[in-house]
Design a binder for this molecule. Structure first.
Ligand SMILES: [Zn+2]
Length: 107
């Protein structure tokens, strides 16, 4: 027996409702169709069919940024002038951007 038809038959029995076999078949088919559409209605399909969640997108962005920074660190040397801070003191003792590394801290 069809799962949906059996569920509907049990529910109708519990409620003492009598329907014809044709009515039960028709309603059970509609229930099955409704169940198939539920994933779209609830957004489950969109969340699992290739579309990524905000958390997944954020994680990927963070991984890209970490990779980019790692490549930059591996391909540069620490700035000797500012000792990687990107800031040096001017002649009045105030902070200013290091001219040697332009504030990046590495060259
Ligand atoms: Zn510097």
């Amino acid at each position: 027996m069809n799962y949906w038809k059996e569920c509907l038959t049990c529910a109708l029995d519990d409620e003492n409702i009598t329907l014809s076999d044709a009515q039960i078949s028709s309603i059970s088919e509609k229930l099955e169709d409704a169940h198939e559409g539920y994933a779209v209605y609830a957004g489950i399909e969109a969340a699992t069919n290739g579309e990524k969640s905000d958390a997944e997108l954020e994680l990927e962005e963070l991984k890209r940024e970490i990779e980019k920074r790692t490549r930059w660190v591996n391909n540069t040397k620490p700035c000797d002038v500012c000792i990687t801070t990107g800031i040096v003191k001017d002649s009045w003792g105030k902070d200013q951007t290091c001219g040697a590394c332009e504030g990046a801290g590495r060259v």
